[in-house]
Design a protein around this ligand. Structure first.
Ligand SMILES: [Zn+2]
Length: 384
């Protein structure tokens, strides 16, 4: 058998394994959710809220199962029938420039895969990610041998830019930000930030309630320019002490250098990814695996990412476990630096989980794969 046939078998096997593993893990999680819970549950949810969270979890489970059956079938059929190679040659026959072929190919795949998602996310994918992909395709074409290094430098600088300015540039595009008015809340936040030597330059309230019921806060900035934005939903549902305790947790992420280490860690991962791409993308077998006789950048990329799936699963497990560990540390920071924070964090976390209808009893494997934050009962237990 040819190498490209082996690659095709590998791709199909990974898609199937990913599907089967995903279904098993979700099934375990759904069963785990439906086990009887101890008195902790009653401490968080009222009976009505608990029923609502259970129904919400089950509805999500069904929707996810349905969506994954559909998307896996579509991907498998497309791979087996050589749809991607056909789309590639269809565009290639009509367009002369290789770069435009790449952009159109990726654009069409983005539109097809994001049918049904929010306009805002399609917008951000197109406005932010397509030009970046275009630049990477250009670098690949012009600088074959050092493509991986220059490509990585480009992505790393882009990530750094978003890390520093992202919230300041993009949040105001989709939200209304206004300075948090003078008063008890503002005073309490400023006093806390000062006590921690945390230079707060801007403190905003954001009109998140127009689009979501999520309770949240965001942090942005490096060095002396620190911006905190509070969702109006958070201000409405949490009292002053609870909000400061939550912010103390966020300051903890900064002070314990979580933001920085996560940033560096993710750049190391992209470097590994680009080195592998630099090594493999020029191999014509990747495009051939998807049914094309002509080596094509976008087909090779697609085949590469399909084959990369197991590695990205492992990286996801590492990232999540690192992130969950950091959450405990940030809670600890809040407790150590804000008097009374144990109680305030405790009640804030309860309100947050009722609001998001959290699953009180997720399956440990599901947590390992999907949770960037510890399950609520574990987090509360650690606080006490
Ligand atoms: Zn956190």
């Amino acid at each position: 058998m040819k190498t490209s046939d082996w690659l095709l078998i590998g791709i199909i096997a990974f898609v199937l394994i990913d599907f089967a593993a995903g279904r098993v893990i979700n099934f375990l999680n759904e069963n785990s959710k439906n086990q009887p819970l101890g008195p902790e549950a009653a401490d968080i949810y009222s009976e009505a809220e608990y029923q609502k969270s259970m129904a919400y979890g089950t509805a999500n489970y069904k929707l996810e199962s349905f969506a994954s059956v559909i998307s896996t079938s579509v991907i498998l059929v497309a791979i087996i029938l050589g749809f991607f190679a056909k789309l590639d040659s269809f565009i290639r026959e009509r367009i002369g420039s290789d770069l435009l072929v790449t952009v159109l190919f990726i654009g069409i795949l983005i539109i097809l895969s994001s049918l049904g998602s929010l306009p805002a996310s399609i917008y951000s994918t197109f406005v932010i990610e397509t030009p970046l992909l275009y630049a990477i395709a250009w670098i690949y074409q012009e600088l074959q041998s050092v493509f991986w290094l220059v490509g990585w430098l480009l992505v790393a600088s882009f990530t750094l830019f978003m890390f520093v300015f992202g919230a300041r540039i993009f949040l105001p595009l989709f939200n209304k930000l206004k300075p948090l008015p003078e008063g008890e809340l503002r005073d309490a936040i400023e006093i806390y930030c000062k006590s921690q030597g945390f230079p707060l330059s801007k403190l905003y309230e954001m009109d998140a309630s127009k689009r979501s019921t999520k309770l949240n806060a965001f942090f942005s900035g490096m060095g002396k320019v620190k911006i905190i934005g509070l969702y109006d939903t958070l201000i409405e549902k949490l009292n002053t002490e609870e909000i400061v305790a939550v912010l103390a947790h966020e300051v903890g992420h900064y002070k314990r250098k979580h933001t920085l280490t996560m940033f560096l860690f993710s750049n190391v991962q992209t470097l590994i990814l680009f080195s592998l791409m630099g090594w493999l993308l020029s191999n014509p077998n990747l495009s051939a695996a998807l049914g094309s006789d002509v080596p094509s950048f976008q087909l090779s990329m697609l085949a590469f990412f399909l084959l990369f799936a197991p590695v990205s699963t492992v990286l996801g497990l590492i990232n999540n476990s690192f992130s969950r560990y950091n959450e405990y540390q940030a809670d600890q920071y809040s407790i150590e630096t804000y008097p009374g924070a144990v109680e305030y964090m405790y009640s804030a976390l309860k309100k947050l989980s009722v609001n998001s209808l959290s699953n009180l009893n997720p399956h440990p494997i599901y947590v390992a794969v999907h949770y960037s934050h510890p399950p609520i009962l574990k987090r509360l237990a650690k606080l006490k």
